[in-house]
Design a protein around this ligand. Sequence first.
Ligand code: HPA
Length: 270
Amino acid sequence: MLNLIQEAADFIRSAISLQPEVAIVLGSGLGNLTSDMEVKEVIRYQGIPHFPVSTVEGHEGKLFCGTFSGKPVLVMSGRFHYYEGYSMKEVTFPVRVMQRLGIRFLFLSNAAGGLNPSFKMGDVMLITDHINYFPENPLRGKNIPELGERFPDMSEPYDKQLRALVLQISAEKGISLRQGVYLGTSGPSYETPAETRFFRTIGADAVGMSTIPEVIAARHGGTRVAAFSVITNCNNPDNMLQTSHSEVQRVARQAETDLRSIIYELIKRL
Ligand code: HPA
């Protein structure tokens, strides 16, 4: 495993001209971020040794290197979802490679269904904590000590200092930001009314199908994390509306401007 990670990292290092400390995983809600970047290199996932290839509609598989907000960044456009059939090791492989490249900060976004009754479609939620409801943990199996310890601490998966900075920035910009717990489930089917009720009851504010595996791998390796959910639909167990992928993508695109400007300022102040 370590040699595969190393080979992918070596390939990327030889292809890029900067040394980024910040990586961004573009999920729904940040797709256009690269248009504000001064892009130096674009690497297709297909060309990177051992990298999985993304299949889901609306997610292209490219790694961008350049500057954003004046700082060198590595941007993953297209992520790997567990529901696509990838193993947890594949889903988290890019995070491992980026850690090998010297990344210290990882920012992620996703689309999620709102569970908190006060949430509205189009809201952006700063993730404060998560519930790993995937059937697996990406760290299951033999631990690789070079990547992190056997039983990593998870008392603060989403960096407190980064969250404080994000709240300060959003207040200054007059952007209203929700905060809450993200529950990650395998999907790809959306939740039933009973599952929605259950997820609310156990303390989740939003539900989605990504992010948690990457965050666990990031924390295992000591990378500091901030993550955001775009609330693309609101799930009320007593009045469930149909959820469609195209509607989820449309709402996510609308919230992009706010989220992009928060991340821009966050990187500037690191
Ligand atoms: N459930 C799970 N994942 C999602 C949802 C949802 O309602 N909306 C966007 N991603």
